[in-house]
Design a protein around this ligand. Sequence first.
Ligand SMILES: C[S@@+](CC[C@H](N)C(=O)[O-])C[C@H]1O[C@@H](n2cnc3c(N)ncnc32)[C@H](O)[C@@H]1O
Length: 204
Amino acid sequence: MNKADKESTIKVYSGLLRDNGTDSSLGLGWSSKRTQETRFRVLTEIASLAGHSLLDGGCGVGDLYGYLRRREIAVDYCGLDVCPQMLTAARSKYPAAEFLPGELDASNLGRRFDYVLISGAFNWTISDNFGVARRGLRQAWEICRKGVACNFLSSREPYKVDYLYYFSPEDMKAYAESFAGEVTMRHDYKMNDFTLYLYKESEF
Ligand SMILES: C[S@@+](CC[C@H](N)C(=O)[O-])C[C@H]1O[C@@H](n2cnc3c(N)ncnc32)[C@H](O)[C@@H]1O
């Protein structure tokens, strides 16, 4: 992200967190716990995750870690987020998990993970959502050993608002297919959201 987009992302998400607290999905920009967890469910259906390492890109307060723990899916979890206030809240909410500062679309991690899961990181409107999302997806692909699952707000949403960015499912799938051999799109769980699964090796 450029400097202005990074500052605006941090301002928006730290403000949502301050106003709504760490236990409300509103603090993360989700309309309800149910919609947040529907997205977690679909992301985690990419494969059998137990026993694998997992990067939660744009982790917020780390609720994906809590979701996996409640389902007794043991993974080697690491959360990554650009917003320092989110990381402070995540460390306090889930002290046993690892959380790192960083940007999904910048090559700054120097580590690889079996799976990279990304929920909602590209939703808020910035100057270049399409570019940041494409670089983020590509970077996730570079650092994963097995696969990437990433969701996006869908341009099929009939009631759009300016502050959120809606991606064309067809364009994002075509972009993923330009470098990943096997790509599956899920657009079956919400009208306004879709998930791409990118696989390094066939799961079938
Ligand atoms: C909608 S919230 C979702 C949080 C979490 N994934 C969840 O579903 O509970 C999006 C999060 O992505 C982070 N984010 C946005 N753009 C990012 C980027 N380029 N790199 C890393 N984190 C980013 C924000 O700071 C925010 O915490």
